[in-house]
Write a protein that binds this ligand. Structure first.
Ligand code: NAD
Ligand code: LMR
Length: 357
């Protein structure tokens, strides 16, 4: 017969996800005590926080991360609705322990000890808007969240999804610099959806399974800054001029295609959650020490004269271990690169001056 105290303790543990832990429940900067963790006995995994977890991207992203065996602790932070999303997700019979955090006063608790922080917080586009039109609202949101990261998990890898990525990544870098914790290897703007779309659209044209196709996409994440390198597609193939123009245009406007189809109800959420999980999983496999983990991301870079640029990067125990050069470009891609760099320069500068003003 169990004692009343041990029954109470067990019930408290089972319902722990509904009550965010007090700071006293965490040990220094290394996350939750295994004693408080329902996944004890399972293999140790990584601690992941999702900021903006109750949103259109956040909810499917949280669900897919709860299914990822590399995740042992999943923190859900938002300014609305996290209790409901947390209660719902926590009933999934997978290993990760889920906890919800609501509102600014719980941001720090959400972040303490995290290995990976994924940020889809912020407003999405409506038809007729550019990603840059989101700057005024999202820049401030990203700045505040990154200040929290600087304080509570300065060594975490950050996957930044909030638009305009071409400006929010430079903002994050400036916040981290100001706090004295900036490690360019750990800050990655998520451009994976461009790769996911490119693989899909190219596979359609080639009549292949998209899972067999790999298209590097470089530059940034907005309009002409999204530069698919169709001359470097794997498996090796060639396209007519018409195919190249059609594919480049569809890839560059993939986000707008979804925004218009949703007709005011937001932008890509499900494909983005899929892409975000694919990318986060790559970061976690890198952290685990897997060899040969290579994905495209918008990162601090010396590949061009710009301070940030998206290219293929190799992920490892410290985040980005290697940044690959662009490789040989054809004439069409060289022209696209010049156009992309011009637009990117302005967006990067806008982010830096916002964060340093
Ligand atoms: P959404 O409005 O459905 O969800 C955003 C969530 O962020 C909401 O739950 C909101 O409460 C939350 N939020 C707002 N302010 C916050 C704050 N200060 N702290 C924490 N959470 C906060 O929007 P969505 O469709 O999920 O899109 C989110 C962002 O992702 C948008 O900026 C969108 O443009 C961007 N996005 C980027 C990509 C990409 O490829 N990088 C793809 C799709 C969307
Ligand atoms: C996308 O590419 O789908 C996102 O950046 C969202 C958007 O506004 O297009």
């Amino acid at each position: 017969m169990e004692s009343g105290a041990s029954v109470k303790q067990r019930i408290a543990r089972i319902s722990a996800h509904l009550n965010p832990p007090a700071i006293s429940q965490v040990e220094g900067s290394c996350g939750l005590r295994t004693g408080n963790c329902r996944a004890k006995g399972g293999s140790p995994g990584f601690k992941v926080a999702i900021l903006g977890a109750a949103g259109g991207i956040g909810q499917p992203l949280v669900m897919l991360m709860k299914m990822n065996p590399l995740v042992s602790v999943l923190h859900l932070y938002d300014v609305v609705n996290t209790p409901g999303v947390t209660a719902d997700i926590s009933h999934m019979d997978t290993g990760a322990v889920v906890r919800g955090f609501l509102g600014k006063e719980q941001l720090e608790d959400a972040l303490i000890g995290m290995d990976l922080v994924i940020i889809p917080a912020g407003v999405p586009r409506k038809p007729g808007m550019t990603r840059d039109d989101l700057f005024n609202i999202n820049a401030g949101i990203v700045k505040t969240l990154c200040e929290g990261i600087s304080k509570c998990c300065p060594k975490a890898i950050v996957n930044l999804i909030s638009n305009p990525v071409n400006s929010t990544v430079p903002i994050a870098a400036e916040v981290f610099k100001k706090a004295g914790i900036y490690d360019p290897r750990k800050l990655l703007g998520v451009t994976m959806l461009d790769v996911v779309r490119s693989n899909t659209f190219v596979a359609e044209v080639l009549g292949l399974d998209p899972r067999e196709v790999d298209v590097p996409v470089v530059g940034g994440h907005a309009g002409a800054t999204i530069l698919p390198l169709l001359s470097q597609v794997k498996p090796p193939c060639s396209f007519t001029v018409e195919e190249t123009e059609h594919l480049t245009s569809r890839i560059q406007n993939g986000g707008t295609e979804v925004v218009e189809a949703k007709a005011g109800a937001g932008s890509a959420t499900l494909s983005m959650a899929y892409a975000a999980v694919k990318f986060a999983d790559a970061c976690l496999r890198g952290l685990r020490g897997d060899a040969g983990v290579v994905e495209c991301a918008f990162v601090s870079s010396q590949v061009t004269e710009l301070p940030f640029f998206a290219t293929r990067v190799r992920l490892g125990c410290n985040g980005i271990e290697e940044i690959y050069p662009l490789g040989p470009l054809n004439e069409y891609e060289r022209a696209g690169l010049e156009k992309a760099k011009k637009e990117l320069a302005g967006s990067i500068e806008k982010g830096i001056s916002f964060a340093t003003k």
